[in-house]
Design a protein around this ligand. Structure first.
Ligand SMILES: CC(C)(COP(=O)(O)OP(=O)(O)OC[C@H]1O[C@@H](n2cnc3c(N)ncnc32)[C@H](O)[C@@H]1OP(=O)(O)O)[C@@H](O)C(=O)NCCC(=O)NCCS
Length: 210
């Protein structure tokens, strides 16, 4: 494997610099900056606390219950999660008080029987303060292009639910292609279970040279 993802907390989170990135990524960074947002990489204990709080939001609990239930249930859980090799990206809103977390995402080492050749998992969350402003596409693309450039991430794949129309739209828009699907049941944020379909997608590495 060619990548080297972090496996522990960082001392600081650094802004994603347009210098080493492609023209598309530079445009995404500019577009986000015009809207008052910026992207950093690396996870500090302080921002882990912000993720722990954001993971409790309804929309995130609805589609990503393992965030508050497991991955980011506590600082200790987050440390454990990081130890499995995860490169974290933070979407910040600039405001008078400084930087406020508006979203988070990551890539990490992982495989799935549904995705032959997949070696890097991808995940995206936009918090309530950022939702519905068109931030998901540029943030997702910058996680993909940033992780490829900074850490050598390749053969990315993801899993999502068919009913999560916004997420499916964004993933297709940045170049993920459907590779498999499986009928299943999804626990909802209010404790019910609904029928849904798991979708498995992968990103051809050719998308990384855009
Ligand atoms: C899914 C998520 C990342 C989308 O982010 P968002 O801020 O709500 O969405 P955006 O405003 O960036 O818009 C997303 C795009 O999807 C489109 N869209 C929204 N809902 C849609 C739907 N039901 N069907 C199809 N397209 C939809 C929007 O029109 C927009 O398209 P455009 O960028 O081409 O104009 C965000 O809602 C989220 O993090 N939700 C909770 C956690 C989650 O579900 N994560 C994904 C797990 S796989």
């Amino acid at each position: 494997m060619s990548h080297a993802f972090p496996s522990s907390f960082s001392d600081i989170a650094r802004p994603l610099s347009p210098d080493q990135l492609s023209e598309t990524a530079r445009q995404d960074i500019e577009r986000l900056a015009e809207q008052g947002y910026e992207i950093h990489f690396g996870l500090t204990p302080e921002y882990a606390e912000a993720i722990i709080n954001m993971a409790l939001e309804l929309a995130i609990r609805e589609y990503c219950p393992n965030d508050s239930g497991k991955r980011f249930a506590s600082q200790e859980a987050t440390k454990d999660w990081l130890s499995k090799e995860r490169a974290t990206f933070l979407l910040f809103k600039r405001n008078a008080g400084g930087l406020q977390l508006a979203g988070y995402g990551w890539v990490g080492s992982g495989t799935s029987l549904h995705v032959p050749g997949g070696e890097t998992t991808f995940a995206l969350r936009i918090g309530e303060i950022g939702q519905g402003q068109g931030l998901a596409t540029p943030f997702a693309r910058l996680i993909v292009l940033g992780s490829a450039s900074l850490y050598g991430a390749r053969n990315m794949w993801l899993e999502t639910w068919q009913s999560n129309g916004g997420a499916v739209h964004v993933y297709h828009k940045i170049g993920f292609v459907d590779v498999d699907q499986e009928a299943g049941e999804r626990p909802t944020a209010n404790g019910e279970t609904v029928a849904d379909t798991r979708l498995f997608m992968s990103l051809p590495d050719s998308q990384l040279s855009n």
